[in-house]
Design a protein around this ligand. Structure first.
Ligand SMILES: [Zn+2]
Length: 125
């Protein structure tokens, strides 16, 4: 898939400050914006990468502004955790971890953040 990684992103840093989390990966169009996590650490985590790539596909499928609108609307309706775009991305992320033990899978899971954009954080990297 065609995507770009932006390290020490200004946008991801804002999200990170608002969320008070130690790391954030946020997808805007075809770019994955990172803050608090390096490109190397991020790419090493297949589940996390797969999750964010799923958001990139969602942007491509629906169009940039339309997807932002659909994402926000989902969040208003069903909450962030049940947002269908996050559910889909979580599933994509989990597929890569099927060989891991359930405990490790849970610890590696990407947390939806409650930020009104596809921004995700991880407890440990
Ligand atoms: Zn997500």
């Amino acid at each position: 898939m065609d995507y770009k990684i932006v390290e020490r992103s200004f946008f991801a840093r804002i999200a990170r400050m608002v969320l008070k989390s130690s790391n954030v990966a946020m997808v805007l169009g075809k770019s994955i914006h990172l803050s608090g996590v390096s490109r190397t650490e991020f790419l090493r985590n297949e589940g996390w990468l797969a999750h964010e790539l799923c958001h990139i596909r969602q942007f491509q499928e629906h169009g940039f502004f339309r997807f932002l609108w659909l994402y926000l609307r989902e969040s208003w309706r069903v909450g962030y955790y049940n947002n269908k775009y996050e559910v889909e991305a979580r599933k994509a992320g989990m597929k890569h971890c099927q060989h891991e033990s359930p405990a490790k899978r849970a610890s590696g899971a990407v947390q939806p953040t409650g930020f009104p954009l596809p921004a995700d954080t991880k407890k440990e990297v």
